[in-house]
Ligand binder design. Sequence first.
Ligand SMILES: Nc1ncnc2c1ncn2[C@@H]1O[C@H](COP(=O)(O)OP(=O)(O)OP(=O)(O)O)[C@@H](O)[C@H]1O
Length: 321
Amino acid sequence: MLRTTGLTKTFGGLTAVDDVDFELAADELCSLIGPNGAGKTTFFNLLTGALEPTEGTIEFRGGAGSEGASADGAGAYRDVTAAAPHETASMGIHRSYQITNVFPTSSVFENVRIAAQAHGDDATTFWRNVSRYDEYEREARAILERVGLTEHADAPASSLSHGEKRQLEVGIALAGDPDVLLLDEPNAGVSSESVGDIIDLIEDVATDHAVLLVEHNMDIVMNVSDRVVVLNQGELIADGPPAAVRGDETVQRAYLGGYESRSRHAEGDASADDGEPPDGDREPADGDGAATDGDDEAATDADDEATTDGDDGSETAEGSA
Ligand SMILES: Nc1ncnc2c1ncn2[C@@H]1O[C@H](COP(=O)(O)OP(=O)(O)OP(=O)(O)O)[C@@H](O)[C@H]1O
């Protein structure tokens, strides 16, 4: 459904994503893992068009109803290498943000309803079209039910807990009617009591979307993924079923050293501890150990602001690189 060939992104002398060949199937929940600074966020930003590749191609093949859809319901592959974020979103590639990305003073319902309206094809005539309004409203209510936020529909988004905000972000992404969902650490900053809800939500959206998940919690990754790909210093060093990747010597050396899987069901909850590889193994190749901590703090700090800084920051830095 979504594939990259020789995808490469350099920032000055640094190769953040290095010649990556990758393909995500329509029915897959694939996790993208790797140490801090491995290139995961850069890879996401390339897929959504927030960053332009230095080399390589990105191709996308939408689902039923997409442009050029064939008898089997899938569209033809299109080159989306140079597509801008609004173009990839309108084609069906959506992401949830590592940094909270909601309108805090609007209600939970309004956040989803506005996203559904923005995706609608007659947004400019919206206020004159009452039946269309009803449709968006119904869609938003159904999405809130799906992400488990119905009881908070009328509350301002700012009143949600951090975990509920992550659920809302997934709801906002679903309102764009995506084929592919890119989930960037949906578990970051979420309290241990809410981790189970987030896992259930990831598994649920994966029943009818292709999902690419960036997640540091290995218990979650090993429990929910159909497939795991590993980036290290921008290179794809492993790609396969969770058990095979966990046992891969190169991956153990680069990232997972010392990690042993705990079954979510045996433990009762994947959040029994942080489920992350030992700290030493999460250090980035360039020694910049602040990245993950910074992300988690940013997510918390951003609670009261509607922002898309996660991507924009990358663009800004790129511009100066
Ligand atoms: N806009 C940018 N300008 C310059 N360098 C960048 C930029 N974005 C990322 N990098 C560098 O590219 C490398 C990959 O970063 P990236 O954020 O993609 O890694 P990551 O795997 O997502 O890390 P983390 O797990 O910490 O989020 C890092 O060395 C980072 O410092």
